[in-house]
Design a protein around this ligand. Structure first.
Ligand SMILES: C[S@@+](CC[C@H](N)C(=O)[O-])C[C@H]1O[C@@H](n2cnc3c(N)ncnc32)[C@H](O)[C@@H]1O
Length: 212
């Protein structure tokens, strides 16, 4: 399986403004059945676009390929790809129907690629940053994301107010990771070494038998 590649800093975008592209993407997410339960356009903008961009400065700290795990209709990956044209952004999504929708945006965003598959079945240790929003309970999301990231890279989890940072910290310690920062809305984990033997566990196991 092929891992991510680095995007040359000279990559240029077709002449379409970023905000126009993101507006069209947001409209398409709302109009496509099965991508979001949100119906109100204002609420959808806040949850799918503004919340995604709230993590932009955190992601920007790490230079290299980004993977959005469980991208759904494309958040946070599409807003990040539009805002970081020199970073390759991979949208990893387990549902084939959703990847069909995501693939429609790769013509306009040359730094975007889409993979249909589960986090537990991917090549490990090859991304600089893994991001995940509403993927699973944070300890499970951490277990799925950490193996994808190389040593020195990071996992950035979009979290709700009830997220258990201590549980995430316990999980991270088992997968060569550590909780680096906890702030409202986000947890940042650092990958401190290569993925240890035994990870990722088989598809489905992390949810059935969480590590913490
Ligand atoms: C609740 S949706 C969130 C989608 C998007 N990130 C958002 O915030 O709107 C979770 C998505 O993760 C995908 N997913 C669940 N488990 C996964 C796994 N192990 N690997 C890849 N994708 C997964 C699901 O198919 C679903 O589209």
């Amino acid at each position: 399986m092929k891992g991510p590649s680095r995007i040359a800093s000279s990559s240029s975008f077709p002449v379409t403004s970023t905000s126009d592209l993101l507006d069209r993407w947001l409209t398409a997410v709302l109009e496509t059945p099965g991508l979001t339960a949100l119906r109100d356009p204002g609420e959808a903008r806040r949850v799918l676009l503004d919340d995604a961009l709230a993590g932009l400065e955190l992601v920007r700290r790490f230079e290299g390929p980004i993977v959005d795990v469980g991208s759904g209709g494309g958040t946070p990956g599409i807003p990040l790809a539009a805002s970081l044209p020199n970073s390759e952004v991979t949208l990893l999504e387990a549902e084939r129907r959703k990847t069909g929708f995501l693939e429609q945006w790769t013509d306009e965003l040359p730094n975007l690629r889409v993979i249909w598959g589960r986090a537990e079945s991917q090549v490990t240790d090859c991304y600089k940053v893994a991001v995940a929003k509403a993927l699973a309970q944070p300890p499970v999301a951490a277990e799925w994301c950490l193996p994808l990231v190389e040593e020195g890279g990071a996992v950035i989890l979009w979290i709700g107010p009830s997220a258990d940072a201590d549980a995430v910290s316990l999980v991270a310690a088992k997968i060569a990771g550590e909780l680096q920062e906890s702030m409202p809305g986000f947890l940042v984990l650092r990958k401190t070494g290569p993925t240890p033997p035994g990870f990722p566990r088989r598809p489905g196991v992390a949810k059935k038998r969480p590590l913490a």
